[in-house]
Design a protein around this ligand. Sequence first.
Ligand SMILES: Nc1ncnc2c1ncn2[C@@H]1O[C@H](COP(=O)(O)OP(=O)(O)O)[C@@H](O)[C@H]1O
Ligand SMILES: [Mg+2]
Length: 258
Amino acid sequence: MTVLLETRRVGKSFGPFRALDGVSMTASAGEVLAIVGPNGAGKTTLVNLLTGLLQPTDGEVFFQGKTIAGQGPVLLAELGLARAFQLIQIFPRLTVRESLAIAVISRRQRRWSLLSAVASDKPIQDKAREIARIFGLEARLDTLAANLSQGEKKLLDVASAFALDPKVILLDEPTSGVSTAEKHGIMETLMKAAKAAGVEGIILVEHDMDLVSAYSHRVMALSEGKVLADLPPDKFFADPLILETIVGKRRGAHAVGA
Ligand SMILES: Nc1ncnc2c1ncn2[C@@H]1O[C@H](COP(=O)(O)OP(=O)(O)O)[C@@H](O)[C@H]1O
Ligand SMILES: [Mg+2]
């Protein structure tokens, strides 16, 4: 399997606080890698290191075999590394069509012609429509982002990250804040969209263990900045000790009297 992303003993300190320590991992083509762990475990920090948004304090990060040191997130995005954020980043006053067109343009470094291009550039409009279609948002092209459902907002946010035809996509809790009923639909759409867009690898930070077991090929658990486990889902979910650390309770068990 082709390794797309790799860290070697990567660490990150914020002042005296060690948010990540000695994390070595790989993400390969054809796989969905889930990153799990309790709040504060370092998941978002790791995603920030993988996408060049933060520089590691020690260790190294490689994208397609090359160190990403010194390459900012914009350059990395152009090389095929895309991400969606934990908190939705959308423009409420723009329509879906405008939002996607802006994503296409801004990720192509054409901010100088932003407004005229949104209105008139056919390749950009076509690309925006294509992304909307693979995310099931085509019927919503002229809807203001503010008027979308919470689930659709999530999809629009992720769809924007697809504007540059990414090789790898990093999703930081794509279903957070979405009702349980909507979660599976969103994940189904995301996975189909990734396939349709030719995405080779997916890194998914996710709290919901049902989604992790349904959609990932490998589970990496972080705890207090360290790798606690890196296992296929069947082995991961068969280990009560790991589960207790990660989820805080045994799967399927219910708190008594709570
Ligand atoms: N910019 C920062 N400055 C100081 N501490 C930070 C910063 N970013 C994250 N942290 C701390 O690092 C730890 C890991 O955070 P984070 O990676 O966001 O965890 P997770 O995404 O797993 O919930 C937390 O204790 C958090 O408070
Ligand atoms: Mg986080």
